[in-house]
Write a protein that binds this ligand. Structure first.
Ligand SMILES: Nc1ncnc2c1ncn2[C@@H]1O[C@H](COP(=O)(O)OP(=O)(O)OP(=O)(O)O)[C@@H](O)[C@H]1O
Ligand SMILES: O=C(O)C1=C[C@@H](O)[C@@H](O)[C@H](O)C1
Length: 303
């Protein structure tokens, strides 16, 4: 495994994205516009709320009156029907999309963290394409699987192909990218991913090990090991990978912590979270990042 861990990169470069679609001058500030748009959406959501049902995780809110923070309040109460979740996700995506200016989204995270599952949901509601970096590498290698690339060419060769794929992706707009779990370890990859907005799906190792033990490790060469109980083996391997690269994930623009979402919703376990709830949180974290980005000084050279 590559030992080099990316150093923290402080200033993402948006140069190309601004060329793609520049922020309108003289418009309302981002946060102010978001607040106004939320007010309108709150009213719209009020007409769309289906009847609350007592069929999810035992907790039922009484009729929730519509307000600016209707969607957030519903989610925090832990009483959202899946139909509501879908509406909230769509609404969140619509709030955020105009401020992405076409920038792509890069999901980073450990193997099994849900980059593909959550990424597909996000791409759908954004009207973006979805691309999986590992799949692009396999296509570039005439269909050779990632596992075979590791066996026949070694990890270092694979990492080179991964960087090539990210370089190509960085030239694209309006794509949600599920990156490989190890894409974070090379600093050059961050240069490419920072052309868009990166989101780290931060999932506890125990939950990852459960997911991976359930689906097997055939397609995940760094975890593959037939000896012993699948959960224990996966947990051990994930722990040592985490020790090597945990820090590198913090380069992402936004962090989606499943533990934090579960705590906010009052769930005991992160496994109670649906991919849609995670995608909603991802948009909220992107929103926070965009608000901070707005206050960032743009160096003259980048304009
Ligand atoms: N929120 C969730 N709750 C429970 N299981 C999930 C959740 N999200 C994803 N999974 C399951 O975990 C497994 C891994 O998910 P997924 O393929 O989306 O992760 P990934 O980050 O793309 O993985 P990798 O980088 O290893 O390809 C899948 O079996 C998926 O169904
Ligand atoms: O975490 C990793 O290093 C990897 C994750 C997978 O997505 C693949 O990119 C490959 O198996 C390596």
């Amino acid at each position: 495994m590559e030992a080099a861990i990316a150093q923290r990169v402080h200033y993402p470069s948006w140069v190309d994205c601004r060329k793609f679609e520049r922020k309108p001058h003289g418009s309302l500030r981002y946060s102010q516009r978001i607040k106004e748009e939320k007010r309108f959406r709150g009213v719209a959501l009020a007409h769309l709320q289906p009847e609350r049902r007592n069929d999810r995780r035992g907790s039922v809110s009484s009729e929730v009156s519509c307000s600016d923070n209707n969607s957030a309040a519903l989610l925090q109460a832990g009483s959202v029907h899946p139909f509501d979740e879908d509406l909230i996700l769509k609404s969140k995506a619509e709030e955020v999309k105009p401020y992405l200016y076409g920038r792509s989204i890069y999901l980073v995270g450990m193997m099994g963290s849900g980059k593909t599952t959550v990424g597909k949901l996000m791409s759908k509601v954004l009207g973006y394409s979805f691309l999986d970096c590992d799949t692009l590498i396999e296509q570039a290698m005439d269909g050779t699987s990632v596992a075979e690339i590791f066996v026949h060419h070694g990890e270092s060769f694979f990492r080179g192909k991964e960087t090539d794929a990210l370089k190509n992706l960085s030239l694209m707009y309006q794509v949600v990218v599920s990156t490989g779990g190890g894409a974070v370890i090379r600093p050059i990859n961050w240069k490419y991913m920072h052309k868009g907005i990166s989101i780290w799906l931060d999932v506890p190792l125990e939950a990852l090990a459960h997911r991976i033990a359930a689906v097997g490790t055939n397609s995940r060469p760094l975890l593959h090991d037939d000896s012993g109980d699948a959960y224990t083996v996966a947990f051990k391997r994930l722990s040592s990978i985490w020790d090597e690269r945990g820090e590198a994930y913090t380069n992402a623009n936004a962090r989606v912590s499943l533990e934090n979402i579960a705590a906010k919703r009052g769930y005991k376990d992160v496994s109670d979270l649906t991919p849609t709830e995670i995608a909603i949180e991802a948009f909220e974290q992107v929103q926070s990042f965009l608000e901070k980005e707005e206050t960032m000084e743009i160096p003259d050279g980048d304009l």
